[in-house]
Design a protein around this ligand. Structure first.
Ligand SMILES: C[S@@+](CC[C@H](N)C(=O)[O-])C[C@H]1O[C@@H](n2cnc3c(N)ncnc32)[C@H](O)[C@@H]1O
Length: 307
């Protein structure tokens, strides 16, 4: 068991997976959630799910690299015929996200930057919005081919749309981007009046969340309480663990760069691009599959009137 410490592009330490399992408390959290996911998504009974979780942890403890551990864990899930059921989004994911952003859309036109399969944009299109998709690759689902797609180069400044979009969405993109700040600059080139971001963040404390909102979060998802009791660093590891599990183990893709930042750090970068934060909403662990902790941020271009 070796597994290297790495740093993300912001200099944030991402420890080896095996370190995540040093604490019994942490192992218990992962085990509980992994069981929940296996039961919910793959219809496995609780006892078997608990055994599979333990097997995955012992793989992590024995393997030298994250990649080795991922390959062995993938093989284990494949042997149990569980991989297919863990892949893909839950059927209501895109709709749920569309509902999260809808109250903050500034007008009719939407550019979905880093759109992935385009399903969130598609849900907004079905609600009557004029949506253009944008990504570095065409990953559109069959249905999302109904929408126009702008392919951009992650390394060079973005092409301008003929008219700036009213709203630019950047949903779960930055921590997956090799160079999130270039991605941010690329997006800001579009000069949207409003930008809505959903990101996985860390270093969030209970006191960051006002009490009315806290009550709603807890009612919707009681598991948020345990997350806020983790240290800032543990919150980052927690997000990274699920990123590893779904990216490498379940989907067999190259590891994304764990480019997580704190919420206020994102706000500062947006300020540098000429956008001020006009609303912040803690979504918490709002997705049963890939249970990372999310915040929704709404930015307006400096000089624009706030709603
Ligand atoms: C986790 S997916 C999110 C997809 C979608 N926004 C959603 O929430 O369903 C991240 C997406 O960001 C895209 N991406 C990564 N780096 C990017 C960059 N520099 N510029 C634009 N998109 C990028 C990836 O290609 C991928 O489709």
């Amino acid at each position: 068991m070796v597994q290297m410490v790495q740093k993300n592009c912001f200099g944030q330490r991402i420890p080896p997976l095996v370190d995540f399992l040093d604490s019994d408390h942490f192992t218990e959290i992962f085990s509980g959630q992994l069981c929940q996911i296996l039961v919910l998504r793959a219809g496995v009974n609780r006892e078997k799910a608990a055994d599979i979780a333990q097997d995955i942890f012992s793989i992590i403890r024995r393997r030298k690299t994250q990649q080795d551990a991922a390959s062995a864990a993938t093989a284990l899930l494949a042997e149990q015929n569980l991989l297919q059921s863990l892949r893909g989004d839950l059927p209501d994911r895109a709709r749920r996200m569309a509902e999260q952003v809808k109250p903050f859309l500034a007008g009719d036109s939407v550019l979905d930057f880093g759109c992935g399969n385009g399903e969130v944009g598609l849900a907004l299109h079905e609600d009557g919005h004029n949506v253009t998709l944008c990504d570095i690759l065409d990953r559109r689902s069959r249905q999302a081919h109904a929408l126009p797609l702008m392919i951009i180069d992650s390394q060079s400044p973005g092409r301008l749309l003929a008219n700036p979009p009213d709203t630019l969405l950047i949903l779960n993109v930055f921590h997956h981007a090799d160079d999130p700040l270039s991605a941010l600059g690329n997006a800001a080139v579009q000069q949207a009046q409003r930008i809505i971001v959903i990101e996985s963040v860390f270093d969030v404390e209970t006191m960051d969340i006002d009490s009315a909102h806290w009550k709603i979060l807890l009612e919707e998802n009681p598991s948020v309480a345990f997350w806020l009791n983790l240290s800032g660093e543990q919150q980052l590891f927690y997000n990274a663990f699920w990123d590893w599990f779904f990216t490498q183990v379940v989907n067999g893709q190259p590891q994304t760069p764990f480019n997580y930042q704190r919420t206020d750090e994102w706000r500062a970068h947006f300020a540098g691009e000429g956008y001020h934060e006009m609303h912040r909403q803690w979504l918490g662990i709002d997705q049963p599959l890939v249970p990372e902790f999310h915040v929704l941020l709404v930015f307006d271009r400096d000089g624009e009137a706030e709603q």
